[in-house]
Design a protein around this ligand. Structure first.
Ligand code: MF3
Ligand code: CO
Length: 291
């Protein structure tokens, strides 16, 4: 049972303002969507301005680390070196790599090469070679606030078909982002991502999606891409979530390495690509916090 907030009580968002002049109309608007059967966000995933500022500080580290990797990644480098860069840079800037020890994950970053879909383990044995495509997925905790984003990198000259996969996957994220606005739906974004991948002959991994993020590593909502316009959670200002589709060149099926229970591969061995951005729903649209 929840206690109804009085109009003159302090608002739940900790603004210090009275409920009636702060989030009361907002809550009534959300309730009207819920009454029509929509999935709606709970207060605990709606960030206030102070929290957004803290989260943006965390994002700065994540962006700096990925910028550095972008400049320095090269043929002949092994992915354990990327792990060390992420650990050293993140901790030097006062942060903690969020993946490290997360549900037993043993590294600071995920490095997923070619047919690895996600959660690739950095390793001295994985030496980047000409023609590889790699996703580097970086997440940071700073003062208890989380950021999460990932980019694709091409090693030397890659084949035209891999290049196209990487490009189209990035376009999927951009088209999805264009759909993010207050009082829209998560499914507006999901369908845009899916339709563009599908139009290019690709498939979008179903089992693994994006997520709310900021106060925890993974919050509600779960963010899938096999959703339809007008469906899934209502989007309201203050929500933060990732858009991070994994797009397969071939079939949609994936499997998890049964020795480590983490690394995910395409079942057909064809390449997979992923870009991840972290998005804030604002009063009039969306702001990308991290990429
Ligand atoms: N950065 C990944 C994500 O987008 C994190 C996966 S969990 C980890 O959610 F333990 F592998 F980091
Ligand atoms: Co993520």
């Amino acid at each position: 049972m929840t206690t109804k907030i009085g109009r003159n009580d302090p608002c739940w968002c900790n603004s210090g303002r009275k409920y009636k002049t702060c989030h009361q109309a907002f809550d009534e608007r959300i309730a009207s969507y819920a009454a029509r059967g929509h999935i709606v966000p709970t207060h605990d995933i709606i960030k206030n301005a102070k929290q957004v500022e803290k989260i943006k500080e965390s994002c700065k580290i994540n962006i700096a680390v990925l910028d550095y990797i972008e400049k320095n990644i090269h043929e002949g480098m092994n992915t354990a070196e990327i792990d060390k860069i992420v650990y050293d840079m993140t901790t030097d800037m006062g942060g903690i790599p969020a993946p490290l020890n997360y549900e037993g994950y043993p590294f600071s970053v995920c490095t997923s090469v070619n047919d690895q879909v996600c959660h690739g383990f950095p390793s001295e044995k994985v030496i980047l070679k000409q023609g590889d495509i790699i996703n580097v997925d970086c997440s940071t905790i700073l003062n208890g606030y989380f950021s999460d984003s990932s980019r694709m990198f091409e090693i030397g000259e890659v084949s035209a078909e891999k290049k196209k996969l990487v490009e189209v996957t990035k376009e999927c994220v951009e088209l999805g982002l264009n759909e993010v606005k207050p009082w829209g739906f998560l499914g507006d974004m999901g369908q845009a991502v899916h339709d563009h991948a599908f139009a290019n002959g690709y498939t979008v991994v179903r089992e693994i999606g994006g997520h709310g993020v900021g106060l925890k590593f993974h919050e509600e909502p779960w963010v899938g891409y096999n959703s339809r316009r007008g469906q899934e959670m209502l989007l309201v200002p203050g929500m933060i979530f990732t858009i991070e589709p994994m797009v397969n060149m071939g079939k949609v099926d994936i499997y998890v390495d049964d020795e480590n229970d983490w690394e995910v591969y395409t079942a057909d061995g064809k390449p997979s690509a992923q870009w991840e951005i972290m998005v804030l729903v604002t009063e009039d649209g969306a702001e990308v916090l991290c990429w």
